[in-house]
Design a protein around this ligand. Structure first.
Ligand code: UN1
Length: 502
């Protein structure tokens, strides 16, 4: 039975017990979890609050050493953690290993930041006066994460938040509770004092109620959220009422433009990985291919052939994708199928892959889990839900364009702005696209998904509020600038009133 942890101790709760199951083998129960109530979330924020000041007083290079310890522990347990990720959320094992590596990379980046965390010395307009800036921790951060990246994406928040001297309350997705528990154990063993990291398993409504009360009581100073646009909007409104600016990483309808000058085989490989890798369940997954009309037929023929011959199935094996994350995502796949209209062109089967009609290339036994057919929908356009809405499943739309300006307009039309890609051998296209696209991330001749751990990660519009994670940019989420002016002239010097005009 998995439990929540407050102040370094597991708490006994009398709440509802839920199970986390292996989506590739639905009879395999990975964990049972007792759900916390809203008061537990508030208690967790109190316990974080109590621990935070002392943690902020630990010199930043020493906090960096704790991050180094965590990275080493994750590395030493990498294979077991990757196996758990595959078992609990059905990600192909190669991707799970990559996900664990992303935590190690994040720790490596931030352990060094402990010896930087630079402020500035700034000249004053007056003599015998010096100005400085310092980065100060924000205080207590509540981090709410999704289960499609159950360990890497949490580390993007936890590692910099902790390094900067904050204490954290972490509320992971319920369907990845065992991964969260494993992460928590590795983090505290790295040397975090009690209460600096608190883990609470709770459902969405409870989390919202607990967070709302904790904000009312002034216990939480930063909220980080990765998940749907709808929930992100609600969290944004709640934080806005408390004059707080959360870090929001939301959905995407990520476009890939394939120009007439593209290497088509490369573009097909990119579309296959971006659209169907991780069963399309990354926020950076490909939504729509926007292909030049002169190469549309050729691209589509090759794309369909690539999808048809891809291995799908048992995620412990070498497959393109495994099952959907859990039943909720299976329902959204079914809902998205309902958006397919009579004007659209679809080849091949739709829906759940059944044991009586396994598709070619299926690996394992399709009857055991939440396995769904890959779907390419040709002929989507701005009037379609399939063009406008994120599907978060193995469904990719295709549309055509005539001029690059039209392609950019189509790419921006859904109003998301997370990731994007252009395939072209013409450098002029690259810069025109880069300037015109509203996305926070642009890939050139590469997939929309698969961002590296030290570049700014984040989106605009329906994808987020412009906040960025990863690399040095995330420091602005977890620290606040303090400006110091130190006058050693021995008299009151008045800014703006005594500048000597030469
Ligand atoms: C997400 O799906 O929330 O860029 C994050 C990528 C991954 C992260 C995805 N490194 O695809």
């Amino acid at each position: 039975m998995l439990r929540s942890y407050l102040g370094g101790r597991a708490v006994d709760l009398a709440g509802t017990v839920i199970t986390s199951t292996n989506p590739a083998r639905l009879d395999d129960v990975v964990a049972q979890v007792t759900l916390a109530d809203a008061q537990t979330l508030v208690q967790a924020a109190r316990s974080a609050s109590r621990a935070q000041r002392a943690w902020a007083d630990v010199p930043a290079p020493v906090r960096g050493q704790v991050i180094a310890n965590i990275g080493a522990l994750v590395e030493a347990n990498a294979e077991a953690l990757a196996q758990l990720v595959t078992r609990e959320v059905g990600k192909p094992i190669a991707e799970s290993r990559g996900e664990v590596q992303e935590i190690v990379d994040t720790c490596r980046f931030f352990l060094g930041e402990g010896r930087r965390l630079y402020g500035q010395t700034v000249p004053s307009e007056m003599p015998d006066k010096q100005l400085f800036t310092f980065r100060e921790p924000v205080g207590v951060a509540t981090i709410i994460t999704a289960g499609n990246f159950p360990v890497a994406v949490p580390s993007w928040y936890l590692v910099p938040a902790l390094l900067c001297g904050n204490a954290v309350v972490w509320k992971p997705a319920l369907y990845s509770a065992a991964c969260a528990d494993a992460m928590y154990q590795l983090f505290v063993r790295g040397g975090l004092p009690d209460g600096v990291l608190n883990l609470v398993h709770a459902d969405g409504d409870t989390t919202f109620a607990g967070l709302s009360q904790a904000l009312d009581e002034g216990l939480v100073h930063k909220v980080g959220f990765t998940g749907s646009t709808a929930v992100g909007r609600a969290i944004g409104e709640l934080c806005g009422r408390h004059l707080q600016n959360p870090c929001l990483e939301l959905g995407g309808k990520n476009p890939m433009v394939v120009t007439e000058a593209a290497d088509l085989d490369l573009a097909v490989e990119g579309a296959l990985f971006a659209g169907f890798g991780t069963a399309g369940q990354r926020c950076t997954s490909l939504g729509t291919v926007i292909v030049h009309e002169s190469v549309h037929d050729e691209f589509l023929t090759r794309f369909r052939a690539a999808v048809d011959s891809a291995a799908i199935g048992d995620p412990t094996r070498d497959v393109l994708y495994g099952p959907l994350l859990d039943e909720k995502f299976a329902s959204s796949y079914e809902k998205a199928l309902g958006w397919i209209g009579s004007a659209h062109r679809v080849d091949g089967p739709l829906g759940r892959i059944s044991d009586t009609s396994p598709r070619n290339g299926f690996v394992g036994d399709p009857g055991t889990g939440l396995f769904y057919h890959p779907v390419i929908v040709d002929g989507v356009g701005p009037g379609d839900d399939l063009f406008q809405q994120e599907t978060f499943g193995p469904i990719v739309g295709v549309t055509t364009y005539r001029t690059l300006e039209q392609a950019i307009e189509l790419a921006n039309a859904p109003g998301y702005g997370l990731s994007s890609a252009i395939y072209t051998t013409n450098p002029h296209d690259v810069f025109t696209f880069r300037r015109g696209i509203s996305a926070g991330m642009v890939s050139v001749n590469n997939s929309t998904s698969g961002a590296e751990a030290h570049l700014p990660f984040g989106g605009n519009g329906r994808s987020g509020n412009g906040s960025r994670q990863s690399g040095m940019w995330v420091l602005d989420q977890f620290t606040r600038w303090q400006a110091v002016n130190w006058d050693y002239s021995g008299r009151l010097q008045k800014a703006q009133m005594e500048v000597a005009v030469v």
